[in-house]
Structures are given as structure tokens and as C-alpha cells.
Design a protein around this ligand. Structure first.
Ligand code: ADP
Ligand code: MG
Length: 347
């Protein structure tokens, strides 16, 4: 029986689901989070409420954890690197540095010979003017984006003021006429040891994931290529743990990487019920060095994300045997906030 305490940075639903997976494996958990009400504290063995710059609390966290992972990627890189000096942080902090910066992320992917949307780095109106070929496009903050935050649609140059001051760095991406979005969840345990879940088909509404399902309705060719790209990315990053590669498929069936999430991912929630080993359990196994176990698919599945007030309806709903309702137990209902999800197993 392992005697390991896993440190987790962040206390949202991903943290909750990681703690539950750890419990199943007899691994203890300690969470550090700057959200006093973070729902994951209900599932962790220990909880530290702290600002991530609070050196004393970080020290306590380091002392109590044997190994450290995180549920979100927008953690100041200096903090991750500092922790890593004392206790191993997995996935490695340098990976986070690449992936939390859209310019570095896309450059890394393109250098592997993998296609992304066409894009350019922007920090002035002139840069946009120079890259008019990318319009209609989406201007995205170069760092700290999630669930569509920090994104602006630019149909023409008139959509942006000439005198706008660019205090942040951005990238401008060509708007893709999407046929479909898919994602690959992959867990890498060590060199040559990995598990790649089958592609998941995703539907976003207002840039937030609304619906996921397996099997994805895609060609064998795209199925294979999506998995191969994810494998190459995981290997080149020397990734340990679970990560997600989000893809676009355009109208000509061209597969483009949208972005990489260096962590468990919302589109992988259906793995909890559709497989014997979920993305969360695989992540805990990988970062804690428990090794790979055989993954078996149990059923096809679909997942609906429950946002904001929708949760009230679901809380009253009676469930059938093939429906699995997850209420994240967040205290405040906010518009567009991820409050829970429902997975339905299918034949
Ligand atoms: P976040 O980092 O907030 O998840 P993404 O870049 O993944 O942002 O964008 C969120 C969603 O917005 C995507 O899943 C997709 O539905 C839509 N989107 C983003 N970029 C593009 C694009 N270049 N073309 C078409 N749709 C896009
Ligand atoms: Mg995304």
C-alpha cells in the first residue's frame, strides 16, 4: 500500500475529482488554494487556504506533500519552480511555462510539424493591420485565458480602435469555419508507457464546453492522427500525468490543434463512468509513480456540462441507472459557472 501524500494546487471540481481518484488508490491529498470556498476541500485530507505568494503557507504545503500536481495551468511559474526545488512538481513546471503562453505553445506545436490555426503575435494596431489576412479572426490574450475569457472577435479592422493601447500581448488567430471539435485525453506514465483515450467529440457554446461524447463521429484517419499528434506532443514535452489536446476539424477535414491543457480536462469527465480507469485515476497513478494499469472501456457515453442556474433543475431530477450526476457543491451560483455535469452511458 503506498504511503504517499499528493499535493494539489487548486480546489475546484478538477481538484475534487483528483482527490476522489487518489482516495480510491489509498493516496492522501493536501490542497493549497486561494479560494476559501473551493469545493475540493470536502474531498482532500488536508486543506490550506492561502495566497500563492504566502511563503509560509507554501512551505507548509511543501513539507506536507511528497509530490505536487495542479488542477489549473495559470499558476505563476515562479511559484511552481520554487516548489519544484523541494518536492517534485508533475507535470514539470517548464511545460506549464510553454502551455500558459499561446505564442510559445503554438510555436512548439508548429515546430513538431503539427498544424494549428494560422496565427500571429500582436501587441499593436499595426500588427493587426499587417496581418489582415487573418480576419475574420479572434484576438486572444497571450496568457491567462480560459473558457473564452480574454477573447475578442475581429471581423474587420473597424472592430478595433486604431488608438487602442495594447497593455497586454495578444495573438490573432484566423477564425476557423468549424466542422467539429474533438479532444484527446492522454496519460503518460514514463518513457514508452502511455494510455490514449479514444477521441472525444465536443460542442462549445459561447466558448465554454457544453457537451462531449464518445465515440466521436470522425474518420479513422482523423482518429489516428489526433492520437498520434497527442502522443508526439506528450513525448516531446516529457509529460508525466494526464493532459488534453483540443482540436478543431475544419470544413475540409483538416485537423488543427487548438490548444494543450497540461492537466485533466472537462471533456474527459465521461471517462469516470465510461472506463474502468478515469483520466483522474490515471493522472494520480502517473504522477505518484504507481504505473500503468489496464484500461478498459465500459460503454459509450455523453456528458452535459451544467452551467449557472441550470444546476437547480438537475438537483431535482430523478436519475435513471445509466445517468451519473455530479454536483460540484459550489456555494455560489454564477452565470456560466461550471456547477456540475451529467454523464449518460450509452449502448
Ligand atoms: P480557452 O483557452 O478559453 O479554452 P480556446 O482558445 O480553447 O480558449 O477557445 C474556446 C472556444 O472558442 C473553442 O473551443 C472554440 O469553440 C472557439 N474558438 C476559439 N478559437 C477559435 C478559432 N480560431 N476559430 C473558431 N473557433 C474558435
Ligand atoms: Mg480551450
Amino acid at each position: 500500500m503506498p504511503n504517499i501524500t499528493l499535493g494539489i494546487i487548486g480546489s475546484g471540481q478538477l481538484g475534487s475529482l483528483l482527490c476522489q481518484a487518489a482516495k480510491k488508490l489509498n493516496i492522501k491529498t493536501i490542497i493549497i488554494s486561494d479560494d476559501k470556498e473551493g469545493p475540493a476541500q470536502k474531498f482532500s485530507d488536508q486543506f490550506l487556504f492561502a495566497d500563492y505568494n504566502d511563503k509560509k503557507k507554501i512551505k507548509e504545503f511543501i513539507n506536507k506533500a511528497d509530490i505536487v500536481t495542479y488542477e489549473f495551468e495559470n499558476i505563476p511559474i515562479k511559484i511552481l519552480k520554487n516548489i519544484d526545488k523541494k518536492k517534485r512538481v508533475l507535470p514539470k513546471p517548464y511545460i506549464n511555462q510553454i502551455v500558459q503562453n499561446r505564442k510559445l505553445e503554438k510555436t512548439f506545436i508548429n515546430n513538431l510539424g503539427i498544424k494549428t490555426t494560422e496565427w500571429a503575435f500582436i501587441n499593436s494596431f499595426r500588427d493587426i493591420k499587417k496581418n489582415q489576412r487573418l480576419l475574420p479572426g479572434i484576438l486572444k490574450t497571450n496568457t491567462l485565458g480560459y473558457d473564452g475569457h480574454g477573447q475578442f472577435v475581429l471581423n474587420t479592422l473597424d472592430d478595433i480602435q486604431k488608438n487602442r493601447s495594447f497593455t497586454d500581448d495578444y495573438i490573432l488567430e484566423k477564425k476557423v469555419n468549424l466542422k467539429k471539435e474533438i479532444s484527446i485525453i492522454i496519460t503518460r506514465f514514463s518513457k514508452d508507457k502511455l494510455y490514449i483515450y479514444e477521441p472525444i467529440e465536443n460542442i462549445h457554446k459561447n466558448q465554454i464546453l457544453k457537451y462531449s461524447k464518445i465515440p466521436a463521429n470522425i474518420s479513422d484517419e482523423i482518429f489516428k492522427k489526433a492520437q498520434q499528434n497527442a502522443k508526439l506532443i506528450a513525448e516531446k514535452l516529457d509529460f508525466i500525468g494526464t493532459m488534453c489536446v483540443e482540436y478543431f476539424i475544419d470544413q475540409n477535414d483538416v485537423l488543427l490543434v487548438n490548444e494543450i491543457a497540461p492537466r485533466v480536462h472537462n471533456s474527459g469527465h465521461l471517462t469516470i463512468n465510461a472506463f474502468n480507469i478515469s483520466q483522474f485515476e490515471n493522472h494520480v497513478r502517473a504522477v505518484c509513480g504507481l504505473g500503468k494499469d489496464k484500461v478498459i472501456k465500459i460503454a459509450n457515453a455523453e456528458m452535459i456540462n451544467i452551467l449557472g442556474k441550470e444546476i437547480e433543475e438537475y438537483r431535482k431530477k430523478s436519475l435513471s441507472a445509466d445517468e451519473f450526476f455530479f454536483d460540484y457543491g459550489k456555494k455560489k451560483i454564477k452565470d456560466k459557472r461550471k456547477m456540475g455535469h451529467l454523464t449518460t452511458l450509452k449502448k
